[in-house]
Each structure stands twice: as C-alpha cells, then as structure tokens.
Ligand binder design. Structure first.
Ligand SMILES: [Fe+2]
Ligand SMILES: [Fe+2]
Length: 193
C-alpha cells in the first residue's frame, strides 16, 4: 500500500465520523487491520485485498439510491484508475471485492480476495463492538427493536454459514455475543422467532 494512496483514499471518505458506525477512522481502518491479519495465511493478491479493504465502504458516503456495495464498487474503480493511476485490471479486481462485500447469501464472493474482504468486514460486525455498530446502523434507519432483532438473527446465521464456507470456522465464536443478546431480548419481551 502506497502511503500517498492511503491518504488519498482517507480523503475520499470526507469528514470523519459523519456515519459513525461506518467511518474511516472507527470502522474502515479496523477492517484494513483485520484484512492484513487474515492475509498472513493466504496466497492471494494482497494489494487487491488491502485496497479493497480501505475502499470497501466508500459507497456509504455517496448520496442517492442503490446499495452501498454496488455504488462503492463503481466509485472505487473510477478512483483507482483516474486518480491513483492504477491498471484497469487491478481496479476491476478491487471493484469486484467491494461489489460482493455486503451480505450473503444472495451475493456470493467470487474470488478468495473477495472472501477475505467479506470476512474482515464481518470480524468488525462481531462481539460487543459489532452489536453496538449494528444497533446504531438500524437505529439510524428507524427500525423497531423487534425488527432489528429479527434482522440481527438472520445476519448472524448467514455470517456463521459463510465463515464456515470460507474456512474461517475459528471466527464463528465472535458471533456468540450477538446470539445471546437476541435470545435474551426475546425472553424479556416474550417475542418468538
Ligand atoms: Fe459495507
Ligand atoms: Fe464495512
């Protein structure tokens, strides 16, 4: 990762913490660190993974309709070619990782690099931190508590399945905090799933 590129990408996210649960400083950098950790064991194009980790949520900062993964994939490709002078083949690979980084099962990451990005992102959706980020994100979209818990449980079971599919079984335990929160919520509120 070129140092200047790093700062150019940081600038692309604009003012820090405008979207607190997905900001460059509080989320993207964590995903970048997670991706680098996962890369230790992998024989892949590490630069594709690093650039995609830094650029993966740039679509959340683009106003308008459409999913943030798709918007971010287009924006990242354009930025890598036009602003950072990267080869189109490299930009396409990064873009593909970003396009598929959002939730499964409807979109399955097509390359190992994309699976690593997906996993690095979901690592930051685990534990107490992941729970807090999840509730803040759905709260900003005016979800009810019952509605948020429904989605949480669906996401947890999709994440569990995907982590196992990708060979990251050891990360499944990170979902325990989210699972027990949902169970306790249902008990307290007498809501069945
Ligand atoms: Fe995302
Ligand atoms: Fe993310």
């Amino acid at each position: 990762m070129d140092k200047d590129d790093f700062f150019r990408i940081k600038e692309l996210y604009g003012e820090e913490d405008i979207i607190p649960a997905h900001s460059f400083g509080k989320h993207v950098l964590e995903v970048y660190r997670n991706a680098k950790e996962l890369l230790d064991e992998e024989d892949v194009d590490s630069e594709v993974v690093k650039y995609s980790a830094l650029l993966h949520d740039v679509g959340r900062h683009i106003p308008g309709d459409g999913g943030h993964a798709e918007k971010g994939a287009e924006k990242a490709k354009e930025f890598l070619i036009d602003e950072l002078g990267k080869e189109s083949d490299f930009a396409e690979k990064v873009s593909e990782c970003i396009r598929f980084h959002s939730n499964r099962p409807h979109l399955k990451p097509p390359t190992r690099e994309a699976e690593i990005l997906w996993t690095a992102d979901k690592m930051h959706a685990s534990g107490a931190t992941g729970l807090c980020r999840f509730l803040l994100t759905l709260g900003a979209k005016n979800y009810s508590c019952d509605g948020a818990v429904d989605i949480l449980e669906r996401r947890v079971s999709e994440a569990e399945e995907s982590l196992k599919d990708f060979g990251f079984d050891e990360l499944v335990d990170g979902l325990d905090t989210l699972k027990s929160f949902a169970e306790q919520y249902r008990e307290e509120n007498h809501v069945s799933n």
